[in-house]
Design a protein around this ligand. Structure first.
Ligand SMILES: [Zn+2]
Length: 88
């Protein structure tokens, strides 16, 4: 479980909303429901940041240390995006 806003994993449960578990990010106070868990963890924001670091010459292991995203996940993202990486 990760905050869709800031990527923090410092999450607390915040009651039930419309039958779904609501969560709140302790770091930025953003509230969100379980749907972010559906696509296994990382938000597009985190993905974009990792790809940006990669484009800027950072290695997979270094990105893993900084962002807390496993390097094989990052490699998968890079393959997905392929040659169409932006000039960050
Ligand atoms: Zn947050």
């Amino acid at each position: 479980m990760q905050c869709p806003e800031c990527g923090s994993t410092h999450i607390r449960k915040n009651g039930i909303k419309k039958g779904k578990q609501n969560h709140i990010c302790v770091d930025c106070k953003r509230q969100f429901v379980d749907r972010y868990e559906a696509h296994k963890g990382y938000s597009d924001e985190v993905k974009r940041e990792c790809l940006k670091l990669y484009v800027n010459g950072m290695g997979f292991r270094a990105i893993e240390r900084v962002k807390g995203v496993h390097h094989t996940t990052i490699i998968t993202w890079v393959k997905q995006v392929g040659e169409r990486l932006p000039d960050a």
